[in-house]
Design a protein around this ligand. Structure first.
Ligand SMILES: [Mg+2]
Length: 386
């Protein structure tokens, strides 16, 4: 097996790694299901229970790297089953025997498995967790360590407008969060009513919206123009990704940035979207591009002077810990609210201690790696494989 750059990672790994280095002995995927207090619903899908996958990268030193994958079949085509198969099959094979400190070798091996973005993203995060544990350093510091905390943005899922406003108000009162991403993309009238309701409940809040491709071009023009007047800061994925001309027109039409999310699922996708002028801001999600590719996307955006929002795939607490570590680590992301609160919509989780959000901000974990400690009783209760 050779890499895209001509070297042979199998030979490199075999010849140049010191005998006393840590080796990956296997990559495991554990499917689990968590109940919601409040099930997320948006234009492209609904999540009844959090049917996620715990990824564990084991080593001969006894250290275990951990991360969480969230299947989104309507966005990436990956299911819980396909993620389990990709992680425990080809990704396990690609990484067994590799020294986890050689993160570029890990990335290159994973890049040899096509598609499977969420599976690969979670494996990358789990190896970074391991890296931090081996070096006894938090991932946040290894990535750059710019700030110790980051402001939180909360996503408001579909409901009746009054219920959406209540959700935002409750999160504001309980956690001090003052930035909200309101899900839109149903019908312009209903969407405008929802944003107005949130605006009335929280006159000083920062609002932006995400249509998850739910509008037609005409709906997007109508709703988008009025939403901009209501003071929303950005409009995410208004219409079908196939309508490339329409997306460019909307990006040019609105004074507020059109945010690329589903159109920006990899470094190459971001490059294309920026070249086409179809997005003016980019959502980076560690849940799909891990730390390694997310960092490359961030660098590309920096070079093009394009703002970034650190987005959420409705992660559980484990996913939120990775997102917080990444968002706080860089100057380009730490100053902008990151979407990190939605693990609180879950009625239970796998961790001993979930991230704390206070005064609208989340502090980074100072434990080595990602600081994930799984409660084995909870895992036993929620896992689906036994
Ligand atoms: Mg989105």
């Amino acid at each position: 097996m050779t890499t895209r750059f001509g070297s042979d990672p199998a030979r490199l790994g075999a010849l140049d790694t010191p005998a006393d280095s840590v080796r990956i002995t296997g990559v495991q995927a554990i499917p689990f299901a968590l109940p919601y207090h409040r099930a997320p619903e948006f234009a492209s899908g609904r999540v009844g229970t959090a049917d996620n996958v715990l990824v564990r990268v084991r080593t001969d030193a006894g250290l275990v790297g951990q991360a969480e994958a969230q299947p989104r079949p309507y966005t990436y085509g990956e299911t819980q089953t396909s993620i389990v198969e990709a992680v425990s099959g080809p990704l396990n094979e690609a990484l067994t025997g590799v020294d986890p400190l050689r993160i570029e070798l890990v990335a290159e091996r994973c890049a040899g498995v096509a598609g499977n973005r969420v599976a690969r993203g979670a494996v990358d995060l789990a190896v970074w967790d391991l890296l931090g544990q081996i070096l006894e350093c938090p991932c946040h510091t290894l990535l750059g360590g710019f700030a110790d905390d980051v402001a939180a943005a909360h996503m408001v899922s579909f409901a009746e407008p009054a219920v959406m406003a209540e959700d935002a108000l409750a999160v504001n009162e309980r956690l001090g969060v003052s930035t909200f991403k309101v899900k839109v993309g149903r019908a312009p009238g209903l969407d405008l009513a929802a944003v107005r309701a949130v605006r009335d409940a929280l006159p000083d809040a920062d609002l932006y919206v995400d249509a998850n491709r739910g509008w037609s071009y005409e709906d997007a023009v109508r709703a988008g123009d009025e939403l901009a007047e209501l003071g929303v800061r950005a409009i995410e994925e208004p219409i079908s990704l196939e309508d490339r001309v329409g997306r460019r027109r909307l990006a040019e039409r609105w004074a507020v940035p059109l945010v690329g999310d589903e159109s920006c699922i990899s470094l190459a996708h971001v490059d294309r979207a920026l070249n086409e002028h179809s997005v003016r801001m980019v959502s980076v999600k560690t849940a799909r591009t891990g730390f390694t590719e997310s960092r490359r996307i961030l660098d590309l955006c920096l070079a093009r002077n394009v703002a970034v929002v650190v987005g959420s795939q409705y992660e559980g607490a484990i996913g939120a810990m990775a997102t917080i570590a990444f968002a706080a680590a860089f100057a380009a992301t730490a100053g902008h609210p990151a979407e990190i609160t939605n693990f609180l919509d879950l009625a239970d989780d796998l961790v001993v201690a979930a991230p704390e959000i206070r005064d609208g901000r989340a502090r980074v974990d100072t434990a080595p790696g990602l600081g994930v400690e799984v409660d084995e009783d909870r895992l036993a209760r929620h896992r689906l494989d036994r």
